[in-house]
Design a binder for this molecule. Structure first.
Ligand code: BTN
Length: 254
């Protein structure tokens, strides 16, 4: 990882041999008042976290496990856009690196050949002076073999190398990804509709009948559109539209 160049998003790049969770490490730096632009990678996470408090299997030396500490100069209403930004940047980097089409399962899961190959965990907090920060955590399954996934993920998750049949150079992929994230960042404010269009084009859900669990609520409907802020518009069977900002989505087979 020593070859990774720095940029505004990544003024400082930290590579831990081991940490509990790179999101936890970045949240801690944020709470302590560190400026944005710190990217924390770990070769091994002992308590990697996914969304909804789930564990994230992070096989040592096999993936890209990293988190970006950010103090984005964006209005608070635009912070939820960070997930779309990360998802589109991940999808286009993997497509450009492998030449294979990548899908986005709203809001934050990245799929290749029907298997989840990456996920995003965006969180936020404030330091002692009340200054807000965001942490965008990214996990990419790069070089694991099937046997390195927990049995319950056997049919759901995969690594890039399982799908392409070759080992992938992780630092090169990380460098491409950071460059893509940096290039696309201004689009969050300057042209978010273009980013939504890029997410829509790769959407795994639009047009499908889905079930969305959001907190204690479970809603069913047709995934109809992404709205201009990246929220999912669900057409219920009674014809009404529900707008969802997050949730766990399952496609209901027709
Ligand atoms: C999900 O799909 O539920 C989100 C997974 C996010 C995993 C990454 S790995 C690096 C960072 N550190 C964590 O503990 N989680 C994120």
């Amino acid at each position: 990882f020593s070859r990774l160049g720095t940029c505004e998003l990544a003024r400082e790049i930290v590579v831990f041999a081991e940490t509990a969770s790179t999101n936890d490490s970045a949240m801690q730096r944020g709470r302590q008042g560190a400026e944005g632009g710190i990217v924390i990678f770990a070769e091994r996470q002992t308590a990697g976290r996914g969304r909804f408090g789930r564990a994230w299997a992070s096989a040592p030396y096999r993936g890209l496990w990293f988190s970006m500490l950010m103090r984005p100069d964006l209005p608070p209403s635009a912070w939820p856009r960070l997930t779309t930004w990360a998802a589109v940047s991940l999808a286009s980097t993997i497509e450009n690196s492998l030449g294979l089409p990548v899908s986005i399962k709203w809001p934050n899961d990245i799929y290749l050949s029907g298997r989840k190959i990456a996920g995003i965990l965006a969180e936020s907090g404030a330091d002692v002076n009340g200054r807000p920060f965001a942490v965008v955590g990214i996990g990419v399954n790069v070089n694991q073999s099937q046997a390195e996934f927990p049995p319950e993920l056997a049919t759901k998750a995969a690594s890039l190398s399982m799908i392409t049949g070759r080992l992938i150079d992780r630092p090169t992929l990380a460098a491409h990804l950071l460059r893509e994230l940096g290039t696309r960042f201004p689009q969050i404010l300057a042209d978010f509709p273009a980013m939504i269009a890029a997410a829509r084009r790769r959407s795994l859900l639009l047009g499908h009948w889905v079930q969305v669990q959001s907190g204690h609520n479970i809603l069913e409907g047709r995934a109809e559109e992404l709205d201009p802020d990246g929220q999912l518009l669900l057409r219920r069977s009674d014809g009404t539209l529900s707008r969802l900002s997050a949730g766990e989505v399952t496609i209901i087979p027709s």
